[in-house]
Design a binder for this molecule. Structure first.
Ligand code: SAM
Length: 228
């Protein structure tokens, strides 16, 4: 398990310069105009929900990557503390945002316990990479990182990306996936596709007042609070 999680970090370190191609549906992920339009519409749906509340003094972002969602969080929060294991991701995020409102820390989230509490915790496309045996501890840490009544928001993948035939992504069973970079390097990582209802039950049992929702095709997202 330790080795798998280390490979997962190495994969994202190596993928950092090409990561945004996935989110912006470029290169190998380009499925045509209609697909991109639908993807963008569903991103907008999630973004609007995220922006439905603002004015958070301190937001903790876990696994921020290249800053796609950090850029949104600085619009609804005064300060964002962003923890990622990859220095390459952090460098891209920092260079893109050039924001004094964001503080970056290189952190392995599987060896992390929060040292303080925040008004909001956010993670994008991270939960699906947390192995099931590590899920309850991760949720405990996320909960511990929130002030009473603090907001939890996350977004993740609803199902396997249709572009996978061209990206080399392959489901290997047991929550594992093979990923292939543009230059052909291959990595094995964790990827879990959750059922929204089942994940809602898990999160509520973990002390969150929350409901996981899905967009039509691409995303799961949840907006809730730390339960009292
Ligand atoms: C799928 S990307 C998501 C990035 C960003 N949140 C987004 O939505 O675009 C996963 C992120 O998790 C980071 N990561 C992988 N393993 C990690 C670990 N053990 N601790 C902290 N971050 C990790 C990667 O560096 C990468 O930035």
């Amino acid at each position: 398990m330790t080795e798998l999680l280390q490979h997962q970090i190495e994969y994202y370190r190596a993928r950092a310069p090409e990561y945004d191609e996935w989110f912006y549906r470029r290169g190998r992920y380009d499925e045509g105009e209609a697909h991109t339009r639908q993807w963008e519409l569903e991103v907008r749906q999630v973004r609007e929900q995220l922006h439905s509340e603002s004015g958070f003094p301190h937001i903790l972002e876990l696994a921020p990557g290249t800053g796609i969602w950090t850029a949104e969080l600085i619009k609804i929060g005064e300060r964002v503390i962003a923890l990622d294991a990859s220095p390459e991701m952090i460098a891209i995020n920092r260079a893109k945002l050039l924001s004094a409102a964001v503080e970056y820390q290189q952190t392995d989230l599987f060896n992390w316990r929060p040292e303080r509490q925040y008004d909001m915790v956010f993670f994008g496309f991270w939960l699906s990479h947390v192995p099931s045996v590590k899920l309850s501890r991760f949720l405990e840490s996320a909960r511990a990182a929130l002030k009473p009544g603090g907001r939890l928001f996350f977004v993740d993948s609803k199902g396997v990306d249709r572009a996978k035939s061209r990206t080399g992504t392959e489901d290997l069973g047991s929550d594992l996936q093979q990923r292939v970079l543009n230059d052909g390097r291959r990595y094995e990582i964790v990827k879990i596709y959750y059922d929204p209802e089942q994940l809602t039950v898990v999160l509520r049992a973990g002390g969150f007042d929350i409901e996981v929702r899905a967009t039509d095709n691409f995303f799961l997202y949840a907006d809730g609070r730390k339960a009292e």
